[in-house]
Design a protein around this ligand. Structure first.
Ligand code: ZN
Length: 324
């Protein structure tokens, strides 16, 4: 099939520091990809303008290549209200209250579909992860924070806030640490990238014998990657942290299973992708040791197969599979 007979759209994955944009085919092929810095502006206009400008350039490339575009799909941080206005964007607060779909429709006169980055990541992995004929899919993305989305009967589960709410903040340890959300002992407060850093630094500061002391002394902080690398070299303290993270994630997933009963759980996000089996295996083993068996029959836990581009592909899926 020649390029111009395949369906294409422009996908945009907006993040706090940068935005990725691409021309994407319905099969999930990324034809042209670009990235721009998200402007650190106090008002929305210059930020939206920079996204629009980068989108115009992609549209020109598509026209030159005789690629017909069906629309624009946009993934963004935070949530949105019933009118489509963005809310709770901690990293880009100037965009709160903005209706991105209307801004882009006015500019490009085409169909524009927006959704949260967590929902887009979930859709990207669901549609393009090669999971086969799966109807119920749970996706956990482990990065700086913890994002969780679900597809039920082929559609995004939208229980509240137009998505699955924010299950990264289910309370998992009542005696746990304070969370950025104001709660205490949330999954994100014990098992996210920032939580791994905090726990590792606390252990180093308490005088534990660990090679992480060196990373802390040389860089001034300990990254989650430092912890997984030290654990792979049999550092006992680092292994303890990894086991703890796996335990909390397994508890969170096991709890969600009795509500959502997924057939497949995908573990994605930068930290999970970097850790691979080092995290997947203990999460898997602990999960199946505690989950309510009737809700986990035939269930598989797998590493996300769509890696860095899950958000972009999910934004494209908003256009290609409009009944999400
Ligand atoms: Zn929280």
């Amino acid at each position: 099939m020649s390029a111009h007979l395949t369906r294409h759209c422009i996908a945009i994955d907006i993040g706090g520091t940068s935005a990725k944009l691409a021309i994407v085919s319905e099969e999930g092929n990324i034809l042209h990809k670009t990235s721009i810095a998200t402007p650190k502006a106090k008002s929305a206009r210059p930020i939206v303008d920079s996204f629009v400008q980068a989108t115009r350039q992609l549209r020109t490339i598509a026209r030159d290549g005789r690629i017909a575009l069906e629309g624009i799909g946009i993934g963004h941080p935070g949530f949105y209200d019933q009118e489509g206005r963005l809310r709770d964007l901690c990293n880009i607060p100037a965009l709160n209250g903005v209706n991105l779909a209307i801004c882009f429709q006015e500019e490009f006169r085409t169909r524009v579909v927006c959704d949260t980055d967590v929902s887009c990541g979930t859709l990207g992995e669901f549609h393009y992860g090669g999971h086969g004929d799966v109807r119920r899919f749970l996706f956990l993305t482990l990065g700086t924070g913890v994002g969780i989305g679900a597809v039920i009967d082929g559609k995004l589960a939208r229980t509240t806030r137009n998505c699955l709410g924010d299950p990264g903040h289910i309370v998992i340890d009542p005696s746990g640490s304070p969370c950025t959300c104001g709660g205490k002992g949330c999954l994100e407060a014990v098992a996210s990238g920032w939580a791994i850093t905090r726990v590792a630094e606390q252990l180093v500061n308490s005088g534990k014998h660990t090679e992480l002391t060196k990373a802390y002394a040389s860089k001034g902080w300990i990254s989650p990657e430092d912890v997984f690398a030290a654990a792979s070299r049999d550092d006992e303290i680092a292994k303890e942290i990894v086991t703890g993270v796996a335990k909390w994630l397994a508890m969170g997933l096991a709890s969600l299973c009795v509500i959502l009963e997924p057939e497949v759980i995908g573990l994605g996000g930068g930290i999970a992708a970097g850790a691979g089996d080092q995290l997947l295996k203990p999460v898997h083993d602990i999960f199946f040791g505690i989950v309510s068996p009737p809700f986990a029959r035939g269930l598989k836990i797998v590493s996300a197969r769509v890696r860095a581009d899950a958000g972009l592909l999910g934004a494209a899926a908003l256009v290609f599979f409009p009944k999400n």
